[in-house]
Design a protein around this ligand. Sequence first.
Ligand code: ADP
Ligand code: MG
Length: 238
Amino acid sequence: MAQVRLSGIAKAFGKVTALDAMDLVIEDGELVCLLGPSGSGKSTLLRLIGGFETPSEGTIAIDGVDVTRLPPERRPTAMVFQSHALWSHMTVHGNIAFGLKLRRLPRAEIRERVERVLDLVGLSGYGARLPSQLSGGQQQRVALARSLVIEPKILLLDEPFASLDQHLRERLRDEVRDIQQRLGITAVFVTHGQDEALAISDRIVVLADGRMQQVGRPGEIYAEPKTAFVAGFIGAMN
Ligand code: ADP
Ligand code: MG
């Protein structure tokens, strides 16, 4: 089980209201995209779910437990960032194994789990390489593997492939969707690309100025935009 329930969430940074009046339930096993332009509050919302920030108002519960009450090592979430997230002096194996070593798992189990996730992201045999010996796409695959290896219930991705070219971005987003469904985990995927959101989501949350504009299945959002903003934003790239 991994259900995320946001109730009456607001987040302010000084005088800037980053998020306001957010109520949302993300169901177990769903992939939800947070879609909106730059500055709309997507990363802030993701960071709140991950427990990196605390809400100014409201609560976020994962399977009924308030996220802010869970110490970091007990949070069932893992985050994938856009870039620069790998440790350059560590091998691929070392990067992925790091979180497991912190948890003091036996060496044989660490080796087995690292190999399993490398296989999952299509990088079997790359364990001894350094990040600098990988392409940008391969580095993001390692970042994904490093998040998956701790077996999170909820995967949080913040524009994970935004720095890659379109072709690679499309391939990797489809791979993420496939892995997420195979493992049956809940995922929240931040993007400013409507094509990406329409392609992989169970549901899309459209954000603008820190507020939810519309929540719905890709077909609904596309065919029946509720506001002029949603219509314009979804239509912009098609
Ligand atoms: P997005 O990810 O959609 O681009 P963000 O969640 O990063 O948007 O930002 C939403 C708003 O909150 C923006 O106005 C941004 O400047 C502001 N903001 C985000 N983080 C901080 C912070 N740590 N301090 C001050 N303002 C912030
Ligand atoms: Mg962002």
